[in-house]
Design a protein around this ligand. Structure first.
Ligand SMILES: Nc1ncnc2c1ncn2[C@@H]1O[C@H](COP(=O)(O)OP(=O)(O)OP(=O)(O)O)[C@@H](O)[C@H]1O
Ligand SMILES: [Mg+2]
Length: 271
């Protein structure tokens, strides 16, 4: 296995969208963004609405072309989608006609020419996400949080080099969201999986992230790289432990202030 396994390098990446209207000038959505993660690191993209977070994540996924710069995952340049990258979208993306276990196994089936003996992997992840008793259920028989767990298990079961998640817990109630954050952190740490995720939520960013890229309003640039190293492992034990650390409050206030500044600047730009 190469030394670069699980590493992400985003090197001076820009994104220009061509306008929909005829003769509309191209719009710069991202401006020379760089960001690196080593194996097992959790990277968070945080910033005001429209700053290009989803655009960057989709470029890493290979779902969006790169206008300038380059992105590598495990040392390979991204030129399109690939099974080395697992994507979890904000909206639930389970297949309604498949049961929970069939959904989790889905990627395995289409990504492998093997004879379908994936039971062990599927069982393992169903167990980890707490949905083993619901394996025969269909998505419309599950709650939103359970469906999102199915989507996450499906991405994990493919054992990607990097897990990409766009506001994966955005639609969940606070209690479920909290549980899901702890669950996903537990799994990715055990598997030493690299994660890149998008969130609007400052608390989520500090809890989950080893490295947070805070974006300025559009065109998105990395305004600041933040590494919440305080509290050691205690920070990751649970949310209550995190919030009890005084440095947590300091970092949260600082990010909130940046969020306000960028929001005000974005409003002034469009006024
Ligand atoms: N397909 C597209 N065509 C043209 N412009 C686009 C396209 N997708 C996104 N954009 C523009 O690129 C910019 C960044 O969009 P993006 O969806 O990446 O933002 P975001 O940070 O994810 O925002 P949010 O927090 O609201 O999800 C926005 O100005 C958006 O209008
Ligand atoms: Mg987005």
């Amino acid at each position: 296995m190469s030394a670069e396994f699980g590493e992400l390098h985003v090197e001076s990446v820009s994104k220009r969208y061509s306008g929909n209207r005829r003769n509309a000038p191209p719009r710069l959505a991202l401006d020379s963004v760089s960001f690196d993660l080593s194996r097992g690191g959790v990277g968070v993209l945080l910033g005001p609405s429209g700053c290009g977070k989803s655009t960057l994540l989709r470029m890493v996924a290979g779902l969006e072309t790169i206008s300038e710069g380059r992105i590598t995952v495990s040392g390979r340049e991204v030129t399109g989608p690939g099974r080395d990258r697992g994507m979890v979208f904000q909206t639930y993306t389970s297949f309604p006609w498949l049961t929970v276990e069939e959904n989790v196994a889905y990627g395995l089936r289409i990504n492998s020419s093997a004879t379908g003996r994936h039971g062990g992997v599927v069982d393992y992840f169903l167990e980890r996400i707490g949905l083993a008793p619901f394996r025969k259920a269909y998505p419309d028989e599950l709650s939103g949080g359970m469906r999102q767990r199915v989507a996450i298990a499906r991405a994990l079961a493919n054992q990607p080099d990097i897990l990409l998640m766009d506001e994966p817990f955005g639609a969940l109630d606070p209690e479920t969201r909290w549980q899901m954050q702890e669950l996903v952190l537990g799994i990715v740490h055990k598997e030493r999986m690299t994660v890149l995720m998008v969130t609007h939520d400052i608390e989520e960013a500090i809890f989950m992230g080893d490295r947070i890229a805070f974006f300025s309003h559009g065109p998105g640039r990395v305004r600041e790289l933040i590494e919440p190293t305080f509290g050691g492992d205690e920070r990751r034990l649970d949310k209550a432990a995190l919030k009890a650390i005084p440095d947590y409050g300091v970092m949260e206030s600082r990010i909130l202030q940046m969020m306000r500044e960028e929001g005000a600047a974005a409003r002034a730009q469009t006024a």
